[in-house]
Ligand binder design. Sequence first.
Ligand code: HEC
Ligand code: HEC
Length: 313
Amino acid sequence: MVIRLWIGICALFVGATSWSPVWAGGEDAAPTQTGIMQRGRLVYVLRCAECHGRDGRGDGRAAAFMTPRPRDFTTGAFKIRSTASGELPTDKDLFRTVTRGMPGTRMPAWDFLPAADRLAVVAYLKTFSPAFAKSAPPSPMAEGRPIRMTEGSVARGRALYDELKCGDCHGAEGRGDGTSSHVLVDEWGHSIRPADLTRPWTFRGGADAGNIYLRLTTGMNGSPMPAFADAVPEADRRRLANFIRSLAREPSAEELRQGEDAIWAARYVAARSRPTPLRRVLPVAAGLATLGLEIAILRVLKSRRTMALTTPR
Ligand code: HEC
Ligand code: HEC
C-alpha cells in the first residue's frame, strides 16, 4: 500500500516536471535562448501588440482609446520598479507587473498565462529598448523592514505628507485633487492625474505597505510622481506609507458594479478576503495531527500488553 502510494507520487512528480507548456512539442527539452525569444515573440504578438504595438512603441491599434496610454517600451522608462529613480527595472519587477497587471489602467493581469510564457515575453519586450543590452543588470534597492501601523506612525506620516507638499498634487485629503492635479503631463506628453489615495485599488503597483513604500522610494519613471529616497529617511518613508494606507477606503457597491475600475475594485476586495497560506495549511495540519493521535491510541489499544490485560484468562 505504502509502496504503491510512493510509486504514484513519483509518477505525478515526473509527469509534472516533464510537462512544460512553453517548450512542449519542441525538439529539445531544455529551453534555449532562441527558444525563449521565439516563444516570447509569439506571446507578444498574440497578447500585447494590439496595445503596445508590433515594435513596442506603445502605438497599437487600441492605444489611442486609453488613458494612460500603453507603455512605449523603446524609451526604457518603467513605473513599477525596485530599482533607484531613473534606472531600468529588474526582470522580477517586469514579471510581477505582467502577472498582476496595472490596477486602474487597461494593462491586464496576465496571471492566467503559464509562468514560462510570462518569463519569455519579459525577455522579449526588453529587446525593444537598447538600454537593457547596454547597461549592467539593474540591482534592487535595499528594502529594510516595515514599521508597525500605530497611531504615532500614521500621525508622523500625516505631518510628512504636509511638509513634503504631497497635497499640491494629491490634495490635502489625498483625493487626487491638489492645485496642480490638472496640469501634470507625463514623459510622453499626455496629461496624467495624481493617484486618488483613498482608492488604493487603482494604485498601479499595488496597495500593500511594501509596494507603496517602493513607489515613494523609487518614484515612477516617466510620470511626475517623484522619488523620495534622497529627501526622506527610510523610516519616515515607511511612516508615510502607513499614513497612505490609513487613507484607504472600501470600494462602494456602485464602484464594484460599474465604471472603468470595477474589475480592479473587485480584485482588490477578493485579494484581501483570500485565506492566507497559513490559514489554508492550519486545517490540514490539524487533521494530520488528529489522525496521528488516533493511530497512536489504536496502537496502544492493540499492543500486546493491553491485549493481555483485557483478554479474559
Ligand atoms: C488592453 C491593452 C493592453 C494590453 C493587451 C497589454 N498592455 Fe501592457 N500596458 C497597458 C497600459 C495602458 C499600460 C500603461 C499603464 C500606466 O502607464 O500606468 C501598460 C504598461 C505595461 C508595462 C509597463 C510597466 C511599468 O512598470 O511601467 C509593461 C511591462 C507591460 N505593459 C507589459 C505588457 C505585456 C507583456 C503584455 C502582453 C502579455 C501587455 N502589456 C498587454 C495596456 C496593455
Ligand atoms: C508633482 C506631483 C506629485 C507629487 C508632489 C507627489 N505625487 Fe504621488 N503621484 C503623482 C502622480 C501623477 C501619480 C500617478 C502616477 C501614475 O499613475 O503613473 C502619483 C502616484 C502616487 C501613488 C500611487 C502609486 C501607484 O502604485 O500607483 C502614491 C501612493 C503617491 N503618489 C504618494 C505620494 C506621496 C506620499 C507624495 C509626497 C511624499 C507624493 N505622492 C507626491 C504626482 C505627485
